[in-house]
Design a protein around this ligand. Structure first.
Ligand SMILES: Nc1ncnc2c1ncn2[C@@H]1O[C@H](COP(=O)(O)OP(=O)(O)OP(=O)(O)O)[C@@H](O)[C@H]1O
Ligand SMILES: [Mg+2]
Length: 296
C-alpha cells in the first residue's frame, strides 16, 4: 500500500430516508485521500455531515455507496485500528481513570502480561498529564481531565488512525489549547494518520497538514482543500506569527461565509428536485395502475 494513499475515501455517500420515503443524501460523492501520518482537519457548518463522514470512517455508520479504504482494506466495521474521540469522553463512571483505559488495552493486548498492560496504561496516562490521577473516578475530575482520559484511552490502543470529532468542543479556550498541544505532541511522536473535525478555524489550521472544507448539506462534499505547510512540531507563537497565517484564516472564513450565503438557494434547489422526483414517481405509478387489468 502506497503511503501516499493510506486512506482513500472515494465517492462516499450517505443517505437517510425522508418522511416521504425518498432517500436524502446527507453526504454525496465525498472524495479525500490521506497520506500515512497526515493530519487533516475537516471544517464545515453545523449539520453539514462532518460527524457522518467520521462515523463512517470509524465503521460505526454503514455507507450508502462509494468506498472507504484504510491501509489497503475496505472499512467493514469498527475496530481498534481506528480510535475515536468524541466531544464527550463517555467514561464508565464506576471505573477509575486507569480502569477506563485498561478496558481497551485488554482487548488490544490479549496476550500481554498484566504488568505489560499496566505499563501501557500508565505510559499513556502520563503522556496526557494524568500520572497523579490514575485512581480517580470520572466524577472527581474536570471536563478537561476527563477528555484527557478519552485521549489516553484512544492512543493506548496504538491505532493506525485517530478520528477526533470536536474533541475540545466543550472545553474552555485555555484547556483547549493545552489539549491541542497534547494531541500534537502524541501525533508527532507516533505519526498516526488523523482526521480532526472542528468548527474552529484557528484549531483547524494549527492542528493540520491540510484543511478539508465541506460544503453545506444536503449532498455535502469536499468544497476546497487547503495545504498548511507550517513546520512540525508546531509552536503556537510561530504559527500565529507566520506571514501566511492570516491568509489561510481568511481563506477558511471566506469559504464558510460563502456557504452560509448560498445556503437557502442550495436547499431550495434540492427540495425542488426532490418534489419533481416525487411527482414523476406518482405519475408513473398512476400510469401503471391505469394499464393494469382490473382484478376479479
Ligand atoms: N440517523 C439519522 N437519520 C436521519 N438523518 C440524520 C441521521 N444522522 C444524521 N442525520 C442528518 O445528517 C445531517 C448531518 O449530520 P452530522 O451530525 O453529520 O452533521 P455535523 O456536520 O457533524 O454537525 P455538527 O457540526 O452540528 O456536529 C444532519 O442534517 C442530520 O440531521
Ligand atoms: Mg458533528
Amino acid at each position: 500500500m502506497s503511503d501516499n494513499r493510506y486512506v482513500e475515501i472515494a465517492n462516499l455517500t450517505k443517505a437517510y430516508p425522508n418522511p416521504f420515503g425518498q432517500d436524502v443524501a446527507v453526504v454525496k460523492d465525498f472524495n479525500l485521500i490521506l497520506r500515512k501520518g497526515e493530519v487533516v482537519s475537516v471544517i464545515g457548518h453545523s449539520g453539514c455531515g462532518k460527524s457522518t463522514v467520521l462515523t463512517m470512517l470509524a465503521g460505526l455508520n454503514p455507507i450508502s455507496s462509494g468506498s472507504l479504504v484504510v491501509d489497503g482494506r475496505e472499512v467493514a466495521g469498527p475496530g481498534p485500528d481506528r480510535a475515536v474521540v468524541f466531544q464527550a469522553p463517555c467514561l464508565l463512571p464506576w471505573m477509575t481513570t486507569f480502569e477506563n483505559v485498561m478496558l481497551g488495552v485488554k482487548q488490544v493486548y490479549p496476550h500481554g502480561t498484566p504488568a505489560e498492560r499496566r505499563q501501557i496504561c500508565e505510559y499513556y496516562l502520563s503522556i496526557v498529564g494524568l500520572a497523579d490521577s490514575m485512581r480517580k473516578y470520572p466524577r472527581e475530575m474536570s471536563g478537561g481531565m476527563q477528555q484527557r482520559v478519552g485521549i489516553a484511552r484512544a492512543i493506548a490502543l496504538r491505532p493506525r488512525m485517530l478520528l477526533l470529532d470536536e474533541p475540545f468542543g466543550r472545553l474552555d479556550s485555555l484547556t483547549r489549547m493545552d489539549l491541542q498541544d497534547v494531541i500534537l505532541e502524541i501525533l508527532d511522536r507516533e505519526k498516526i494518520t488523523t482526521v480532526v473535525i472542528t468548527h474552529d478555524v484557528d484549531e483547524a489550521i494549527y492542528m493540520a497538514d491540510r484543511v478539508c472544507m465541506m460544503t453545506n448539506g444536503p449532498e455535502a462534499s469536499v468544497g476546497q482543500v487547503l495545504e498548511i505547510p507550517f513546520e512540525r512540531p508546531r509552536i503556537r507563537a510561530d504559527v500565529l506569527d507566520h506571514p501566511n497565517y492570516y491568509d489561510f484564516r481568511a481563506c477558511l472564513l471566506s469559504f464558510l461565509e460563502k456557504q452560509e450565503h448560498n445556503k437557502s438557494s442550495h436547499v431550495e434547489a434540492f427540495e425542488e428536485r426532490q418534489r419533481q422526483e416525487r411527482e414523476l414517481q406518482t405519475s408513473a405509478s398512476d400510469r401503471q395502475l391505469e394499464t393494469e387489468p382490473a382484478s376479479v
